[in-house]
Design a protein around this ligand. Structure first.
Ligand SMILES: N[C@@H](CCC[C@H](N)C(=O)O)C(=O)O
Length: 293
């Protein structure tokens, strides 16, 4: 499946538990030799009353706690399965709620409250104000990038405000910033440019992945950071390379709501001995200019 091109291998492991070693996940995730994906998602039985538990691995095999776009994708599968218009999804970052119609492709997920204190993100040292933390790369008197905002959406994000997201080679600076010592658990790194009222262009270097077409939690983190800094209101459109996500940071309960499309690319089978895989079913039909492909 994918959400705006942020793509996932989604296993249904509710009946047969599945645990793969990190090196096997990394092999499957390799775009040259494996299936290729940003994250591997294992849908398991929920131990505490959700419709399912969602386990998340980045394509380098590391397990992480949050993935916004995958939550929308799993939400869609559970909603289609139950025929209801919502689903509850347990993650290591908390119980999340997904909403959509019964045949939904557009899904909203309530991602809960952002975490904004330095030790919740976490950062390596105390910062009273996480809207602009002390961090710079490049020459001391002429830094390339500096003073990012830091936000956790269940996973750590560093957000650099820039005038042109294309003016930086994120494939070069991304790895340096991802592993900067100020982020003890590493971080997802975004370049963000507010180009019109409540319209923000964003490019993301994902922790454990690299450059991505879209990142749901990064979109939420950027929208929250922009609202905190009065760069935007509490509802904004985040334009990622793969397309736009609508984000609302709701005033009444401080929760962040993310809305955007989901897509099933294909269904398949994998032989876990050989890691050979094959397609067993089609994905969504895509309608192009009135014709169905
Ligand atoms: N693509 C995701 C985020 C996946 C996890 C991230 N790389 C991390 O390590 O925290 C999203 O849509 O949020």
């Amino acid at each position: 499946m994918n959400g705006l091109g942020n793509d996932f291998l989604v296993w249904d492991a509710r009946d047969e538990p599945l645990r793969l070693d990190a090196d096997v996940i990394a092999k499957l995730g390799d775009r040259e030799t494996g299936i290729g994906f940003d994250q591997m998602i294992t849908v398991e039985r929920s131990p505490s009353g959700g419709d399912a538990f969602m386990r998340i691995h980045n394509c380098d095999g590391t397990q992480v706690d949050a993935c916004g776009n995958a939550t929308r994708c799993v939400g869609r599968l559970l909603i289609e399965e139950s025929g209801k218009d919502f689903a509850t999804i347990e993650t290591n970052a908390g119980l999340l709620h997904a909403f959509g119609s019964k045949t939904p492709r557009t899904i909203t997920v309530d991602m809960g409250k952002p975490r904004l204190e330095w030790d919740q993100i976490p950062l390596a040292e105390e910062f009273a104000d996480t809207r602009a933390i002390e961090l710079q790369i490049g020459p001391i008197d002429e830094p390339i990038l500096h003073t990012p905002a830091a936000v956790s959406m269940g996973n750590p994000h560093g957000i650099f405000w820039v005038d042109d997201i294309e003016a930086y080679d994120l494939s070069k600076v991304g790895p340096l910033l991802e592993h900067h010592p100020v982020f003890p658990e590493s971080a997802n790194i975004s370049l963000a440019h507010v180009f019109a009222p409540n319209e923000i262009r964003v490019k993301v270097w994902e922790r454990g992945v690299g450059l991505t077409e879209a990142c749901g939690t990064a979109a939420c983190a950027v929208a929250v950071a922009a609202a905190r800094d009065s760069k935007a209101g509490r509802s904004s459109t985040i334009h990622l390379p793969g397309g736009p996500l609508q984000i609302e940071w709701r005033e009444s309960d401080d929760h962040v709501l993310m809305t955007g499309p989901t897509e099933v690319e294909f269904e398949g089978e994998i032989d876990l001995e050989t890691l050979q895989w094959s397609k067993t079913g089609p994905g969504d039909e895509v309608s192009v200019a009135g014709a169905t492909e």
